[in-house]
Design a protein around this ligand. Structure first.
Ligand code: COA
Length: 352
């Protein structure tokens, strides 16, 4: 029987660390100002979110999210013992693409040096914080049906350029960081149906679409981009908007149900699962999920403290973070549950 399996993983975060104490002094260009630009403080951020610091690309780096994705993709391909030429499908998940269209997958394909007339299939998916689990479900199906041999799944986000560095945007601005994570998914010949990627399930509830969104433009309007920097109402179009409490409650509820469903449908118990890797949006969300879904707390892995919320990146970044520390080992089985804008959510169980 052919199953799909994660053959390699990689992640990347920029070197620049922005602490909670520093973030309130940053302006839109990420310059450190003499006076605070945002009314926030370390104690509030740490107590309400668990975040202590996050990573930002240098403001003058010229990087787009496809560049961050490239760093992670190269590491994942190498980790799989492959070269870019072995990749026959790219799935790129991001809510911060380089430009409106085309999507990031084709830019990444070129940056990997595998574009051209024989170029592989390139998919772009959105699904925000749920991007990795949604992408993993696609990759799993593609590989098991024999459509593609080696799928490169990449999540990359460059949030720091599209945040509101004023008190108005503080509820969202303090949450997000930049980074990238990637996995190579390929075939595994085995008769054990619990090997490789053994479970994926994705859901969405469009009723929550406008509880967490970033417009940038409205195609229904002409002109479809209207931007007046002096008009504080209008310039909100540039920044993410969030109903934080509603997102919080929906995240906890749906992640708990999703974990329970994953265990029931896979017929696994926590004795057979090494780690729980939830999306990293808020440490309090993850602690509540662990409590209500009765997950052994010592199996829950979090990195939000040091990377903030990197949306589509959090799952591979967290796994790779603990792999580098020697905690997650080859062959470990992970249950990952995500929740994001849309609302979208889902779970996956897989070995790394
Ligand atoms: N620094 C200081 N104060 C802040 C602040 C900040 N960065 N952001 C908000 N506040 C203030 C609010 O203005 C409010 O002030 P008020 O009482 O004077 O009106 C107060 O803190 C409490 O705000 P509230 O929104 O009730 O806080 P909260 O406990 O709900 O925490 C979030 C806010 C955003 C941390 C929380 O709602 C959350 O994490 N939601 C989910 C977000 C998420 O997961 N998003 C990604 C989904 S994938």
């Amino acid at each position: 029987m052919v199953r799909a399996s994660i053959l390699g993983l990689g992640s990347y975060v920029p070197d620049r660390v922005v602490t909670n104490d520093q973030i309130r002094f940053l302006n839109e260009k990420h310059e450190v100002c003499a006076e605070p630009q945002t009314d926030t403080n370390h104690e509030w951020i740490k107590a309400r979110t668990g975040i202590e610091e996050r990573r930002y690309v240098p403001a003058d780096s010229g990087y787009g999210s496809s560049d961050l994705g490239l760093f992670a993709a190269k590491l994942a391909i190498e980790d799989a013992g492959l070269t870019p030429k072995d990749i026959d499908c790219i799935i790129f998940g991001t809510l911060s693409p380089d430009i409106h269209f085309p999507g990031n997958a084709v830019f990444l394909q070129s940056k990997l040096g595998i574009d051209g007339e024989e170029g592989c299939a390139c998919y772009d998916i959105r699904q925000q914080c749920s991007g990795f689990v949604y992408g993993l479900q696609m990759a799993d199906a593609f590989v098991r049906t024999g459509l593609y041999k080696h799928v490169l799944l990449v999540g990359a986000e460059l949030h720091s350029h599209s945040l509101d560095f004023t008190t108005r945007g503080r509820d969202v601005m303090v949450l997000f960081g930049d980074g990238a994570g990637a996995a190579v998914i390929g075939a595994l010949e085995t008769d054990d149906e619990k090997e490789g990627i053994l479970y994926t399930h994705c859901q969405a509830d469009g009723a929550g679409a406008m509880d967490l969104y970033l417009k940038v433009f409205e195609i229904a309007k002409a002109p479809y981009v209207y931007y007046d920097a002096n008009d504080r109402e209008q310039n909100q179009i540039k920044y993410p908007q969030m109903n934080g409490k509603k997102v919080f409650l929906n995240a906890v509820r749906n992640m708990v149900v999703s974990v329970q469903r994953a265990l029931k449908e896979s017929k696994l118990t926590w004795d057979e699962i090494d780690w729980f890797v939830p999306h990293q949006a808020n440490l309090r969300i993850n602690e509540a999920v662990v409590q209500y879904a009765e997950i052994p707390p010592e199996k829950a892995l979090n990195t939000i403290q040091v990377y903030g919320n990197t949306t589509a990146v959090t799952v591979p970044l967290t796994i790779d973070h603990y792999r580098k520390l020697g905690k997650v080992k080859k062959g470990d089985r992970i249950l990952s549950t995500v929740f994001g804008a849309g609302f979208t959510w889902g779970s996956a169980i897989f070995r790394v």
